[in-house]
Design a protein around this ligand. Structure first.
Ligand SMILES: *Cc1c(COP(=O)(O)O)cnc(C)c1O
Length: 386
């Protein structure tokens, strides 16, 4: 019996061995390891790929959100609306800026922020909406953008799980000829990361575009935001030793940038493979009554292939898979509003987020996953429900 991990990066490394090696060696020869030409070159290519004017490399996805929020002027006392059903870093970043995360429930099918519930969460203190494209599925950006525009709020996208995901709706789709001038140039592209004022990406190794260490990226069309982000990532000083504000030590390093530049070209192919694997899972397990397969939203890049297991069987199925050597994952067992760190705040009830936490199970998926390996997972699931 073969062990099936949640994902396996060794094939990716093996397949790109030569290219990765020469990219790393080039950095070694250059003698410049933090920021510099390799980082600039990657930033430029990433910006082009995503369809934005500026990309700013930082230390992690968490820092990309923190610095992104600060570059928009979010400060202590402000409120930022975010989904509760997400990785903790989304909420943590809002709190680290000194702002307050206001948790809103999700749409049960997409697991993403429910735009119908955003408006009632807006107060005088609300400054921004922070949708997450969870599991690689684009959030309902047209609706979110419309609410943001009506209420004069910023939109910062958490794109940590959605590199390469494309949003099916676009600027024309939102307002048509009524598209106001102040919205022009905002929802310009259709890639996640180009749909709000700021996009925040993570290059944690397991993400759809992953470095071989930590890394992150801030994307924006706004030159001022980009300049502020560039300043904040190096201690808040445009000129060394003349610091203007309190910033961070949060820079992308050159070896990671060189690796990312190699992998950037492969992402469309990797994401296509993820979609094919997702399709096969859905075709094979859709018939099982107690499983809800994920919505195959256009542009979804399946960072995770996440099913719902009905009837309190999730943990049992997970265990049964484990007995067959298959590792599945629960992203996320506790919604943010119920985490100990936020227990002092009253967030009300978010029934969809709570239910999702009890039902979700992410199955093994990675671009190089072999069909035989996937069959093993499918057979094990079928066996459990037989
Ligand atoms: C991974 C992730 C982050 C944080 O990224 P790091 O690079 O690990 O700091 C933030 N939000 C979401 C949704 C993530 O999946």
């Amino acid at each position: 019996m073969n062990q099936v991990p949640p994902l396996d990066l060794t094939e990716e490394v093996k397949n790109q061995w030569e290219e990765l090696n020469s990219a790393i060696q080039e950095v070694l020869r250059s003698g410049q390891f933090i920021l510099g030409e390799h980082v600039e070159s990657f930033e430029q290519k990433a910006a082009e790929h995503i369809g934005v004017n500026h990309a700013v490399g930082v230390n992690s996805g968490t820092d990309a959100i923190i610095i992104g929020l600060r570059s928009l002027g979010i400060e202590p006392g402000d409120e930022v609306i975010a989904p509760s059903f997400t990785f903790f870093a989304t909420a943590e970043a809002i709190s680290m800026v000194g702002a307050e995360p206001v948790f809103v429930d999700i749409e049960p099918r997409s697991f993403n922020l429910d735009p119908a519930k955003v408006e009632e969460a807006i107060t005088r203190k609300t400054k921004a909406i922070l949708p997450v494209h969870l599991f690689g599925c684009p959030a309902a950006m047209a609706q979110i953008w419309e609410i943001a525009r009506e209420n004069d709020l910023y939109v910062l996208e958490d794109c940590a799980q959605s590199f390469g995901a494309e949003y099916a709706g676009n600027c024309i789709g939102c307002w048509g000829e009524n598209c106001p001038d102040d919205a022009r140039g905002m929802m310009t592209g259709n890639m996640t990361g180009s749909l709000g004022q700021v996009g925040a990406f993570s290059f944690y190794p397991t993400k759809n575009l992953g470095a071989y260490g930590d890394g992150g990226l801030i994307t924006t069309d706004d030159t001022e935001v980009a300049e502020t982000a560039r300043m904040l990532r190096k201690h808040g000083g445009e000129n060394k030793y003349h610091n203007e504000v309190l910033g961070y030590n949060s820079r992308l390093d050159a070896i990671q940038a060189a690796i990312l530049e190699v992998l950037l070209e492969k992402v469309p192919e990797f994401n296509q493979r993820r979609r094919e694997i997702a399709q096969r899972y859905s075709d094979e397990i859709r018939e099982i009554n107690d499983i809800v397969t994920p919505q195959a939203t256009e542009g979804h890049v399946f960072h995770q292939y996440t099913i719902r297991v009905l009837g309190d069987q999730r943990d049992e199925l997970k265990e049964s898979l484990q007995e067959d050597g298959i590792s599945s994952k629960v992203f996320y067992p506790v919604p943010c509003h119920q985490l100990p760190v936020y227990e002092d705040q009253d967030h009300g009830q978010l029934p969809e987020s709570e239910q999702a936490s009890g039902q979700v199970l992410s199955l093994p998926i990675w671009p190089q996953m072999e069909e035989d390996t996937q069959r093993q997972v499918i057979e094990s699931i079928k066996k459990y429900f037989n």
